[in-house]
Design a protein around this ligand. Structure first.
Ligand SMILES: [Zn+2]
Length: 251
């Protein structure tokens, strides 16, 4: 374990950043919990006592769709109430300096975009819970529109363009990972010279393979996460301090 103070850790990280031109950030639930968003998968998380909704069940069953929407509306309220924190803002600064190639995130709260990062540089491998889209043609629908539709009709919304099922743009359990996004994430991970993990326990694959790809291609690896991770031994720097306490010192 690394017992250095946040100031020492920030100095160490700044040195790595100064020697890098192509940084990839990889963020997980830990960065969002510092904005007050609960980790939905933690033992005390919102969904801990509820079975996750499988993608096939969403497609097959109207009651399941309505239950999924009910949960997603609650979740979205929490996302909208949260503010981007020092961790998110530090990545915006790195982007402005031309250092950051992209942020790959497991989070679905949209906080990286709201913090001011270029949306084109945010790769949401688990989707986004603040918008909805048609499963067939991809046309977007706001959650407010979906909610109004359900309140007025009692039915889950259908796409106004093609009649397909509309769902929040989250990757549900049992739903295929977005292949194009994963390919891009893998490519940028292989091309980066510094890979910074912020708040992910690196246990969910294929996402957890990305730091390994970076390392195999010669990048330095930094892991800042509350708990130790299976990849700590590979890392050039690790810390279990609060993300914001270090990242606020990254100018
Ligand atoms: Zn459609």
């Amino acid at each position: 374990m690394n017992f250095n103070s946040p100031v020492q850790l920030a100095q160490q990280l700044l040195e790595l950043i100064d020697h890098s031109d192509h940084i990839v950030a990889f963020t997980g639930a830990g960065i969002s919990t510092e904005s007050g968003i609960p980790d939905f998968r933690s033992p005390n998380g919102l969904w801990a006592k509820m079975d996750p909704i499988m993608f096939d069940d969403f497609v097959a069953d109207e009651d399941t769709r309505l239950e999924d929407w009910r949960r997603r509306f609650i979740q979205n309220e929490e996302f909208l109430a949260a503010e981007a924190n020092e961790g998110h803002k530090a990545l915006v600064r790195l982007e402005k300096r031309g250092k950051l190639d992209c942020t790959i995130t497991q989070n679905i709260d949209g906080l990286h975009q709201r913090s001011g990062q270029n949306p084109d540089k945010v790769i949401e491998i688990h989707g986004n819970g603040t918008v909805a889209s048609c499963l067939d043609c991809g046309a977007e629908m706001t959650l407010a529109e979906a909610k109004r539709h359900i309140e007025e009709t009692g039915h889950s919304p259908l796409c106004p363009h093609c009649g397909g099922l509309v769902k929040t743009s989250i990757i549900n359990f049992g739903q295929a990972m977005p292949e194009e996004k994963m390919m891009r994430a893998m490519r940028l991970s292989g091309d980066c010279d510094l890979f910074i993990v912020l708040g992910s326990s690196l246990v969910v694959y294929p996402a957890a393979g990305l730091p390994q790809i970076a390392k195999q291609h010669g990048a330095k690896l930094v892991i800042i996460n509350r708990d130790s991770t299976p990849l700590d031994e590979l890392a050039d720097m690790t810390s279990q301090q609060e993300i914001g306490s270090i990242m606020k010192l990254i100018a």
